[in-house]
Design a protein. Structure first.
Length: 296
């Protein structure tokens, strides 16, 4: 898991995410891509790594990511239920050259064990591809990050940050974590201790809302219209005024089950306990699960 730093000067106390627009594609502009991970290849497994799902992945997950120029990244996360599972997923991918297909296999708990990738040139013809997975080697190549593109002041205490997604040879855009640092003046950021960390795969549009007065909280929440509130503190608190203030609005609240946060989550009917100790992939999976529509 990569963690990328964004340095910023203004003092910011609250964070929220904002979404960017998504454009549609017509039926004639896409290709159906079937991605398969199984033992159907005649090549010996020793040449390529794993082809079937090994026992160590049971309880974990497979993340499939497809990206390329002129398209938004497509992703699917698939849980691994048994050693015999054949993993297959279908995508409708915008046509174009050099579509990059990456597959990541995670052990239960979020440890990355295997990766595989292919490059596809799509022209509307259906494509079926078997991905060969290889054990993860020590990662010594840093991600390529173009840096912060814009910081737009929204108010005396709020700023909107935007950047282009980072690229990495092992971590997909959807699993990338960005670190944000704050200080009261330029050049004194503590790069050993990030002030904020985005959720994995955060859209590269980020709004820091800054400090607020208690009587402003209702208007702030109405303006943000959140589906879930994330309280990502990793320090056990004796009492959390923020959590008890938010409870009045009956919103889903996600936090780590430590200290007073654990007591709050045990009593609050809309609480989401994040995996502890914190790990980016498992936290991201829990948040995505919490945001899925409830069939009941």
């Amino acid at each position: 898991m990569k963690r990328l730093a964004l340095a910023m000067v203004p003092l910011l106390l609250l964070l929220g995410t904002s979404s960017c627009g998504v454009s549609g594609q017509g039926a004639d502009d896409v290709s159906r891509v079937t991605v398969r991970i199984d033992g159907s290849s005649s090549s010996p497994a020793g040449d390529y790594g794993i082809l079937a799902v090994p026992a160590e992945l049971v309880g974990g997950s497979i993340l499939i990511s497809i990206s390329g120029e002129g398209m938004e990244t497509l992703e699917k996360q698939i849980g691994v239920q048994s050693e015999q599972d054949v993993i297959q997923a279908d995508f409708l991918v915008p046509n174009g050259p050099d579509r990059r297909l990456w597959v990541y296999a995670y052990r239960e708990g979020g440890t990355l064990l295997y990766t595989g990738h292919e490059h596809l040139d799509l022209d509307g013809t259906p494509v079926s591809v078997v991905v060969h997975m290889l054990p993860v080697q020590p990662d010594t190549t840093p991600p390529v990050f173009p840096g912060l593109e814009a910081a737009t002041s929204l108010s005396p205490t709020s700023v909107s940050l935007s950047w282009s997604p980072a690229l990495d040879d092992q971590t997909p855009e959807g699993a990338m974590v960005y670190y944000i640092y704050e200080s009261l003046s330029s050049g004194i950021q503590d790069f050993q201790t990030p002030t904020y960390a985005t959720t994995p795969g955060a859209t590269p549009c980020y709004t820091a809302t800054g400090p607020y007065r208690r009587e402003e909280l209702t208007d702030r929440l109405i303006a943000a219209d959140p589906d879930l509130v994330l309280f990502p503190s990793v320090a056990p608190e004796t009492f959390s005024y923020v959590l008890h203030e938010l409870a009045r609005y009956e919103l889903p609240i996600a936090a780590y089950p430590i200290g007073a946060q654990a007591d709050f989550l045990a009593r609050y009917p809309h609480g989401v306990a994040l995996p502890w100790p914190p790990e980016p992939i498992s936290t991201w999976q829990k948040l995505r699960q919490a945001l899925e529509p409830n069939p009941h």
